[in-house]
Write a protein that binds this ligand. Structure first.
Ligand code: SF4
Ligand code: SF4
Length: 543
């Protein structure tokens, strides 16, 4: 699919003129390259989800259940009663337009239905028609729209062109979170069997094996053993990577991609080396072998069940608290939903760093600390010996992954770490970072090959900011703390900004970390030569 995508020069010519037709017309053109394939029936069957059948979004007949309309409206009624935020977001938008140009999909596609205000209006119009007195009486005159099969298709198209990144909510004076509207839209679509494979296959795998990739315990052990061997070759240090160690102080939960994918794997190497250097008493789990939670992109019930396994495993192993790795939406689930879904986790202890004694009070309820918080605290307290020159072959910028940045406020810790472990670090423009960061364009389960054109469109604003620092400062590396970013930024950058690589923050920590007993390190954790001459990174030091 990628090779069939339009050339970047063509995709960059975005036409922002609105189409001539009325926005209330729901007809969508499901153009190849701009939507994701449906979930295979076996995954729906495995998960006990309704209406498993072979179908594709490009089919004329989506084989909806006979009573699909009643199912959706009943589902909407139920959720309006259960989620006050949903009813609020349906009622309070004043259409001021402050969010209109803030969505990366609108910027990259020019399609007005990708304006957050209009995306939410696709659902609000149905809400008005069926759940407000004015809409029931006056229909279109009160802004109401009939729920038709075409509306279902329109919802599918546009609720799967929203990465639930929450950028728009930062700019809304009322705090309307369109991501929450999208979540409801996807949940209602799931009730009639309309979901995508790139979400439901990982969810089914997580149910079966504990992780997205379907890695079984023996394969996880093999992967970790392999990583231990590679680290020993590179550093001369033999680390431990315990799995299911009962009574360990800390359970470490990572995105499963770290055990199999690159560049994720180098983040794993960095954290293994770090834990060895500080003598951490921790364990991995073959059951809670996935931090990622694609339930967030499916339904609240699914999200709750996937999140619960982490805590069930913490209880079984008898750990004191949980350390979470460089995962994106795991942190959104933990920070925004865990407490009311599965918490408070009172059977665990309030996290305290065994090295510095720092009490992580903000994690009092979830008992879960982000590895960047943990490492920043180690550095702040002078507990790590670091040689930033070992990263001199990199000139880096930091991409704030949407969920850690906007949903949990992880803004300064990664930057503090990066400035401590490397000499060349440059920020992208202010309106594209921190709370206002631009999404990679492929989050929330949209990182599929068949959706390549829309991903490149959605990732255009992020790539454009990377291009700015590449051209101005010679940046050749984007650091980030999200497994989806590590998977989706490389093709995005290759498309828009060739020559820029992607790395996890703890890969760079591992490069710089001076560990007692190590041999002379001539390569980084990728096995590539280090030093300023190794790559073209002859750029100024920190801005
Ligand atoms: S949540 Fe993100 S992707 Fe969705 S409408 Fe808002 S800005 Fe766009
Ligand atoms: S900024 Fe908020 S109130 Fe204004 S149009 Fe967007 S969602 Fe509605």
């Amino acid at each position: 699919m990628a090779e069939e995508a339009p050339k970047p020069e063509k995709l960059a010519q975005v036409d922002y003129r609105p189409p001539g037709r009325d926005w209330r017309d729901p007809a969508v053109e499901l153009r190849k390259g701009t939507f994701c394939y449906s979930a295979a029936p076996k995954h729906l069957e495995y998960l006990g989800l309704p209406n498993p059948r072979p179908w594709q979004p490009s089919d004329a007949d989506w084989k909806l259940p006979a009573d699909w309309k009643q199912i959706i409206l009943a589902g909407m009624k139920d959720r309006l009663e259960r989620f006050r935020s949903f009813r609020l977001f349906m009622d309070i938008c004043v259409r001021c337009g402050a969010c209109a140009d803030k969505c990366h999909f609108y910027i990259g596609s020019g399609d007005p239905k990708n304006m957050p205000v209009l995306r939410a209006e696709l659902m609000r119009s149905v809400y008005r028609r069926y759940f407000t007195a004015a809409g029931r009486l006056l229909g279109p005159l009160a802004g109401g729209r009939e729920l038709t099969e075409d509306v279902v298709k329109e919802w599918f198209y546009y609720f799967y062109q929203c990465t639930e990144c929450r950028r728009c909510s930062v700019f809304c004076p009322f705090g309307i979170d369109t991501a929450e509207v999208t979540m409801m839209g996807r949940e209602l679509l799931t009730l009639v069997g309309c979901n995508i494979n790139w979400i439901l296959e990982p969810v089914a795998n997580s149910y079966r094996t504990g992780n997205h990739l379907g890695i079984q315990p023996h394969a996880l052990k093999d992967s970790l053993d392999f990583a231990v061997g590679e680290l020993e070759e590179m550093t001369g240090i033999r680390v431990e990577a315990p799995i299911g160690k009962k009574g360990a102080e800390i359970l470490y939960v990572i995105p499963s991609a770290e055990t199999f994918g690159t560049p994720h794997y180098y983040t794993l190497l960095g954290s293994l080396l770090l834990f060895h250097a500080i003598g951490l008493d921790y364990t991995f789990s073959a059951y809670a072998s996935e931090g990622g939670n694609f339930g967030l992109f499916t339904s609240h019930e699914m999200m709750k069940r996937l999140n619960a396994k982490i805590y069930a495993e913490a209880r079984r192993l008898g750990v004191k608290w949980i350390l979470g790795g460089e995962c994106g939406h795991m942190w959104r689930v933990v920070h925004q939903y865990m407490d009311t879904m599965n918490g408070p986790a009172d059977f665990l202890e309030e996290p305290v760093s065994p090295v510095t004694g720092t009490r992580f009070e903000h994690a009092r309820s979830t008992k879960m600390v982000h590895i960047c918080e943990f490492t920043a605290d180690l550095i702040r307290n002078g507990k790590l010996r670091l040689d930033p020159s070992r990263n001199d072959h990199w000139s880096a910028t930091f991409h704030d992954s949407c969920n850690p940045a906007r949903s949990m406020g992880l803004i300064e810790e990664p930057r503090f770490i990066l400035r401590s472990v490397m000499n060349r670090f440059h920020e992208m423009p202010e309106n594209t970072i921190k709370e206002r960061t631009f999404c990679c364009g492929s989050g929330s389960g949209l990182g599929t090959d068949e959706n390549f054109e829309m991903r490149m469109r959605g990732g255009f604003p992020r790539a454009n900011a990377v291009r700015h620092v590449r051209d101005k400062f010679g940046v050749n590396l984007v650091a980030c703390v999200c497994a989806i970013d590590k998977a989706t930024l490389p093709p995005l950058l290759e498309y828009w900004v060739p020559g820029v690589s992607v790395a996890g923050v703890h890969e760079l920590v591992g490069n710089a970390l001076v560990v007692e007993g190590e041999k002379e390190r001539t390569t980084d954790l990728r096995g590539e030569p280090t030093g300023a001459g190794a790559r073209a990174a002859e750029t100024p030091a920190h801005e």
